[in-house]
Each structure stands twice: as C-alpha cells, then as structure tokens.
Write a protein that binds this ligand. Structure first.
Ligand code: SF4
Length: 460
C-alpha cells in the first residue's frame, strides 16, 4: 500500500442535542487541532474533514482511517461515530485531552490511540498502518518547540461557516497548578512556546486580520511572549487570547499587548471569594494580595482590554449567595463576556479523585457517558447546596449576565466596550451570539444517537 491509496477522515464530534431538535453550534470556531493534524499527514494522502457540529459525516466514502479528536464533553458522541466507522471496517484512531485522561476507556472504542502530541509519531503510525502493524497506543512525546515547521491545513476549514477569526497557537501548557485544571495535569505544570518565526509565518500564510491565540496561558512565559508581541506589531492585526491575571503586573508586557493589536483576554477570575481561590489552589490570582480584583479590573480598563471573565462555581467554599455575588461582580464591572462554569470532575484529575474518595460523584462517576447527564448540570454533590441548586444557580448567572438589559448596561463601558469602533462592533457581534448559546446549550443531552433513532422511529 502506498500513501496515495490511503484516505483519511478527520472528525470533530459535536457535544449532543436537545431531545426534540438537533443542536447546531452557531458560535463555532475552526477546529485548529484537526488543521494541525492535517498539516502533519503527508501531502499525498487524501484527507477530508467533517465537523459534526453542523455537517453530516459521510461514513460511506470508503475511508481507510478515521481520526477522531475526543474531549470529555464529546466522548459519548465520539464513540457513536467510531461505531459507525467500525461497521464499515474503517480503522479508528483517537486522540485529544480525554484520551490522555482516561486511555483505558477510549481504547475500548477504537483501534488505537495517540497519547500526547502527535508531531513525532504520525509518520510511524502511517507506516505501521501500511504494514498492517498498527500498535494499540502511540505515545507522543511533548515536542519542544511544539509544532516546529508544521502549519495547519486551513483549506480544510473553507466554506464551513466558522466565525470570522483564525485560531492559532503560540504555546501549550501552563506553569501553574490549579487543582481543578486538566491542562496542568496534561502538561505536568510545564509551558512550551513555538518558534516565533513559525508563528509569524503562519499568520502571514492565512488571510484573516483577527486572530485568536488559543493558548492555555498565553502570557505564562513573559520574556518569550514579549518577543512574539514585538514581532506582531508590523503585521497590523487584532487578536484575543487567554491569559492569567498576573500579566497585569508587568507594564512592559501590557504595553506590547496593546501595541501589537491585543483587544481582549479570557481571564480565569474563578471566584471573588478568597477562600474559594485558596481551595482551588489558584495562587496566580493572589500573587499581589487580594482585594476582590479592584486593582486588576482598573488596570484592564486602563489598558482598554475587553475581558471575558471565567468563573468556576460549586467549590466547597461556595454558597448560593456567594455565587450570585460573583454574578453581580461581573455585571457591575461590565465585563464583555462572562462564563459561569460548574466545576467538572474530569477523569483522573485531583478533583475527581478527591470527590470519588468522598463518595460525592454522581452518574456513577462517568457523567460524560451517562444517559441522564445534561450539559451544564452538576455532576457531583456540592457541600453547601444540592446538585440541583448548583445547576440552577449556574443557569441563573448565565441568564442574568446575558439578559438584554444587561447587554445594554455592559455596553456603556467607555474604556473597553466603547473604546474604539472595532471593540464596539466586536461586542455587538458576539454578545447576542453567546446569549443565544446560553439557552440552546442548557440541558442538552450528550451524543446524537437518541435523537437520530427517535427521528427514524417518527418517520416510519
Ligand atoms: S492558570 Fe489557568 S491554565 Fe494555568 S493551571 Fe491555572 S487554570 Fe490551568
């Protein structure tokens, strides 16, 4: 068998569906990891990408191999897709965060898994496939620098209706060790940066002027990110990213962020309750003391950065009142976006092990596979409220923050949301979209088969 005889399907599974309607994610972004995977596969192998969030997978196109990226939220759907390919004798390969967290489960649904970065092992895997000698597990070592000389095949994203921004990665991992975080588990508290020349070349190779650096913590290595930002200035782009709050203590860094076109950051505020920050090991938010982020919010405004504040709720130190106060905090500070994420016990993380020991896991400890689990519901027994109360207060926060009067109220922030025409447009392009998603996603069931089988049944 030669490369030209091989046909590979790259699959991004969806999360699931509402019971009586097919969920279509309208705020969907390019699945960068599949573009990079495409860039690793030799050019003479035919590749097709299917994004299950909005298009049908063409199982019958005689694919030799299906490569499916698996996250905990999409695991159930990924296994359904794998079963369809297996029926057609397509070899199924899985990778992604969930495969690394719980390989023994993922292996039950595929022929082989890739654990860790795929860069170093794809060639070997393809050669093994050609010799009918595929291994069950390929251990991808963390590559330093990551993605060296590898560029995503962005033509795979064409005409799929993604949001008008290009996703790109500068670094992987994080130096901190917040105890609920799957990233620190995956990368063992290490942070790896790409070659800056590769990042610049990749930006020049694509056609968009608005980028999203999807790093776990873009600003974790300050000297390195400053180098990158200096190189971004002449490109005259705009960008957003995710970073930890300690960036605000470095004025040189902040100035470069603004000069290079930085418009906003997703920042893990997590809680305004100091006891909760201590409980989750979020030391990075208290490096310079803690005064309910008064100074930090002021600095974000000073630099004119739009802020997506991410909160996690349901810690043992949280109460219904403290969670509602968190919601009020985000509203009063007129953040551009806010996410209220219920604490999720991802398999084999510190949090998962602790809750298991304390007999507090619901859904038999496998919420991601459960018939009954619904998106945005609590999957464990919280300390100071019932699971239902936690689910409800999470939904309450999302609704309050995103109700039309809140959107208007938050818009009037002269130094961020109204600072420039671009920021104003970004605000109105994305906030209504996220408002819609709040209602569409709440209570969604995982996987699609129940919906598809029900539909077939109704059509008979
Ligand atoms: S700072 Fe963010 S990415 Fe880093 S360990 Fe904490 S939660 Fe994870």
């Amino acid at each position: 068998m030669e490369n030209k005889d091989i046909k590979i399907a790259l699959i991004k599974p969806t999360i699931g569906t509402k019971l009586h309607s097919l969920y279509v994610d309208e705020g969907r972004m390019e699945p960068l990891q599949l573009g990079v995977l495409g860039g690793l596969i030799p050019n003479d192998i035919e590749i097709k990408m299917f994004d299950d969030r909005m298009e049908k997978i063409k199982y019958d196109e005689n694919f030799n191999i299906a490569m499916i990226t698996v996250e905990t939220y999409t695991a159930r759907r990924a296994y359904e897709i794998a079963a369809e390919f297996k029926k057609r004798n397509t070899t199924v390969i899985m990778g992604g965060m969930h495969a690394k967290l719980i390989p023994e489960e993922v292996l039950e649904h595929c022929d082989c898994i890739i654990l860790g970065d795929a860069e170093e092992i794809i060639d070997t895997l393809i050669e093994d496939y050609k010799k009918s000698n595929l291994q069950r597990i390929y251990y991808g070592q963390i590559t330093t620098p990551p993605q060296k000389g590898i560029f995503p095949r962005r033509e795979l994203f064409k005409n799929k209706g993604y949001l008008p921004l290009s996703l790109i990665q500068f670094s992987r991992g994080c130096i901190y060790n917040c105890n609920y975080c799957a990233v620190s588990q995956y990368f063992n508290q290490k942070h790896y940066c790409r070659n800056i020349s590769d990042v610049i070349k990749e930006i020049e190779m694509q056609d968009k002027k608005f980028l999203f650096f999807v790093d776990d913590n873009f600003t974790a290595n300050k000297p390195k990110v400053k180098e990158l930002l200096k190189a971004l200035i002449p490109l005259k782009i705009n960008w957003v990213s995710q970073g930890s709050i300690d960036m605000l203590y470095d004025d040189e860094l902040m100035e470069l962020i603004v000069k290079s076109g930085g418009m906003g950051f997703i920042i893990g505020f997590e809680s305004i309750n100091e006891a909760s920050l201590d409980y989750m090991g979020k030391k990075v938010n208290k490096l310079h003391g803690f005064n309910k982020y008064k100074w930090e919010v002021e600095r974000l405004r000073y630099w004119g950065l739009q802020t997506w504040a991410a909160f996690t709720i349901g810690h043992d130190t949280d109460t219904i009142e403290s969670i509602k106060a968190t919601c009020e905090f985000a509203l009063q500070n007129k953040f551009t976006f806010a996410a209220y994420n219920i604490l999720m016990p991802y398999p084999n993380t510190q949090l998962y092990k602790q809750l298991k020991e304390e007999n507090r896991l619901l859904y038999n400890g496998k919420w991601w596979l459960s018939d009954d689990y619904r998106f945005n519901n609590a999957a464990f027994i919280p300390k100071n409220m019932t699971p239902d109360e936690l689910t409800q207060v999470g939904f309450y926060c999302r609704k309050e923050f995103n109700k039309p009067s809140s959107l208007l109220y938050r818009m009037y922030e002269p130094r961020t949301n109204m600072a420039t025409f671009k920021k104003f447009i970004t605000y109105w392009l994305y906030t209504p979209l996220f408002r819609k998603e709040v209602y569409k996603k709440q209570g969604m069931l995982f996987g699609l088969n129940r919906y598809l089988e029900g539909k077939k049944y109704a059509e008979r």
